[in-house]
Design a binder for this molecule. Sequence first.
Ligand code: SAH
Ligand code: SF4
Ligand code: F3S
Length: 451
Amino acid sequence: MTDRQTPQPKRLFIETYGCQMNAYDSERMRDVLGPLGYAVTDKPDDADLVILNTCHIREKATEKVYSEIGRLRAHKERRQAEGKGMTIAIAGCVAQAEGEEIVARAPAVDLVVGPQAYHKLPELIARAARKTGERLAADFTAQEKFDALPERAPDGVTAFLSIQEGCDKFCTFCVVPYTRGAEYSRPLADVLAEAQALADKGVREITLLGQNVNAYHGDGGAGFADLLARLARIEGVERLRYTTSHPVEMTDELIALHGDEPKLMPYLHLPVQSGSDRILKAMNRKHDSAFYRDIIARLRAARPDIALSTDFIVGFPGESDKEFEATLSLVQDVNFASAFSFRYSARPGTPAAAMMAQVGEEAKAERLARLQMLLSEQQRAFNAAQIGRVLPVLVTGQGRKAGQAHGRSPYLQAVHFDAPSARPGEIVPVRIVASSQNSLSGELARTPVIA
Ligand code: SAH
Ligand code: SF4
Ligand code: F3S
């Protein structure tokens, strides 16, 4: 074969913003484009195809997209001057919410594709190459997307599995019901088949994904707890996690399963947003703080070592100092292993954006700093409490230094340890000797694991 006949691999750069749903979708886009000869690169400047998988949740996230497009335009122009091209595609929630605006504001963008249309990417790219300039956003259903996507090609021992999309909860601050549409659950058999295929390819830990993952309702009346119990029976799947769940969907069966099913990891991300009942009501969260505390108490009764994580919004319209203090007391009472906290960001079209009494940026910043200080103290303390324990660690890879490995604790902590012979996918006992804000380090233990 001469050089001329060898097809040049095309380079694909994907930048992922936002939540794990986008991380999953980016992986699937890579799977769709692989057979077309696209190999992933980590350098946007030399890519033939750049996909920005965007997030619309806060104003900052959206602004980032436009500034990134500006940077890409320069690369595109340089490549064009060299006689090469660069296709720029905007995917994800900004594409869904502001597709027309992107096309109008950013001529460098070749195509805009919403979250339900990723299976159409090959066709769209071909059309973009013919310079027809298109936008394809909401024209497909989640079912069509999942059915048309190719088989998974996982690249590690942990994987996301999307089981549910969209949201009907309509929290007054949130754009997700508008960007991802109505709640949709994948059929049980499809989820089980995808999990089996992942296990066959070496995946040991599966994280089920959905905007309201525990609202999952499969065909034949299967609820989320049933699905988890079925997944736990798949040989090779050693660990199960799920995110993000909503407090009102924590059923008795699901709470009980945390005590009964050893493959279900003792870690739960359960967003609460605020500790004030009046704010929770104004947010349309559909529960009060006593309800949340009660779920936590019942989860801890079922699985005493369960680690909890959450999300908070500070400075929701009308939030008083006293109402913010109620959030701090909830944090004190629950004691979180980790948490995400955000300043309220008014999103166009959401009910909260039109509410009177928006909180000033200065007050928001001050509240966020106080909350985050308390949350990081709790996170450090939680990590430090593991010192001296022997934890079952799922080996995820080799460390940078020879003889080192890294892995995941049951509580989703990153663990670094010395183990020259540890192979990815094994679960090994590690004695924890040190901790930091974000990780643990330890040594391989000879004693058996007492989980
Ligand atoms: N479905 C998940 C959360 C999705 S968005 C749930 O119901 O909990 C992730 C987090 O972003 C939310 O939990 C919330 O804390 C934050 N968030 C959403 N909209 C926001 C806004 N307008 N301003 C600031 N934070 C926001
Ligand atoms: Fe947004 Fe609320 Fe739905 Fe979560 S439950 S995605 S915060 S509307
Ligand atoms: Fe962002 Fe869309 Fe996820 S708005 S948080 S990427 S569902």
